[in-house]
Write a protein that binds this ligand. Structure first.
Ligand SMILES: NC(=O)c1ccc[n+]([C@@H]2O[C@H](COP(=O)([O-])OP(=O)(O)OC[C@H]3O[C@@H](n4cnc5c(N)ncnc54)[C@H](O)[C@@H]3O)[C@@H](O)[C@H]2O)c1
Length: 332
């Protein structure tokens, strides 16, 4: 049974805490927020002690792991210090995405986790759905043949406008993680961005990607749409057929290259995913299971290395915007 605390008690910290509390393999034993009212309210809600600093939390509670659900600039600027403090204290860490909006900080966190041998995971929750696992099985068992290309779209409506690169840094760890999940590491990126009228951030993005495997891919991203119509779409094509994964978990279709007979798997209204929040439940339960089982570190799904890899692509995309050229991703 893992003894866990959540650090940063906004909506997302509450989502993590609820999953820990419902788990049979984890115990939520404390919460922590610099904001005393938030910490007190969460402590009351979950019936556990609340702390106003990580130092106090670490001094007073015996822990195995924490969730770091702070936010900050571009939704990731406050993750660094809590992550480093907890790794230094010997705790396994599940951190929200983006791992950081600062690539140097992201690299340091991953290096620190490697140095300590502790588990470090990122909440790249979109891949933790049964249809994505089925599509991955199709890829791995050769149903698509040799992979050739992929298209990914992720668009939501987010009017927040804190900085020019907020959209690509805060949202697209998710889409790029799905792309890497199916097609592996990315070698080069060529990116174009624009700002919707009146916006500070580059709220629309088109990225062309070349994968190390030779697959070519494309990402369309936006903060200017209505996710009620469509949140995301992922299409992967190989020599023997292609699949389309619509709306994260709504429908998965396989289109064979040499037949008209499709395979369609729909999210069941009886026992399918009940909504977006189920992606948190699935992801966090997987984290609990892997940490509690003591799996080899390189088997952790959506690890710190995966979180860093997508941020490296994002920074290369921003460099591409400035240079007008395709930019290489630093090798890992
Ligand atoms: N995975 C997803 O699908 C998903 C969806 C939305 C948001 N997020 C991510 O979740 C994170 C949190 O989002 P939110 O909306 O709950 O943020 P929020 O700003 O509402 O909450 C963050 C909390 O962290 C606290 N905090 C900051 N630094 C702290 C520290 N050193 N010690 C203790 N507490 C500290 C703040 O006081 C605040 O209460 C962000 O990184 C965001 O990108 C992920």
């Amino acid at each position: 049974m893992l003894k866990v605390a959540t650090i940063g008690m906004g909506n997302i910290g509450s989502a993590h805490s609820g999953v820990y509390q419902a788990s049979e393999r984890a115990d939520l034993v404390a919460v922590c927020d610099l904001d005393q009212k938030r910490s007190d309210a969460a402590a009351e809600r979950y019936g556990v002690p609340g702390f106003y600093s990580i130092a106090d939390l670490l001094k007073n509670v015996e822990l195995d792991a924490v969730s770091v659900t702070t936010a900050g600039p571009e939704n990731g600027g406050h993750h660094f210090e809590p992550v480093m403090e907890c790794l230094e204290a010997g705790l396994h860490v599940l951190c929200e995405k983006p791992i950081s909006n600062d690539i140097q900080a992201a690299r340091k966190m991953v290096a620190k986790a490697d140095e300590t041998g502790l588990y470090f995971g990122i909440n790249l929750n979109h891949r933790f759905v049964p249809p994505a696992a089925k599509a991955k099985e199709w890829v791995q068992t050769g149903r698509l043949g040799d992979l050739l290309l992929m298209n990914m779209t992720m668009w939501i409506g987010n009017p927040n406008d804190t900085s020019p690169w907020f959209h690509i840094r805060a949202l697209h760890p998710h889409s790029l993680d799905i792309m890497r999940y199916f097609c592996g590491d990315v070698k080069r990126v060529h990116a174009f961005f624009n700002q919707a009228p009146g916006r500070v951030c580059y709220s629309n993005a088109q990225l062309n990607l070349e994968f190390a495997s030779g697959v070519v891919g494309h990402l369309t991203g936006s903060y200017d749409t209505n996710p009620r119509h469509n949140l995301e779409r992922c299409e992967v094509m190989g020599t023997a057929g292609r699949f389309v994964l619509d709306n994260l978990y709504q429908e998965l279709t396989f289109y064979p290259r040499r037949s008209d007979e499709l395979t369609v798997i729909r999210n069941s209204i009886m026992d399918g995913l009940s909504g977006f929040s189920a992606t948190f439940t699935n992801r966090i339960n997987r984290w609990i299971e892997q940490v509690d089982d003591g799996v080899p570190r390189d088997e952790i799904d959506a690890s710190g290395h995966d979180g860093l890899a997508v941020q490296e692509i994002i920074e290369a995309a921003i460099r591409s915007h400035h240079s007008g050229c395709a930019e290489s991703i630093p090798p890992r």
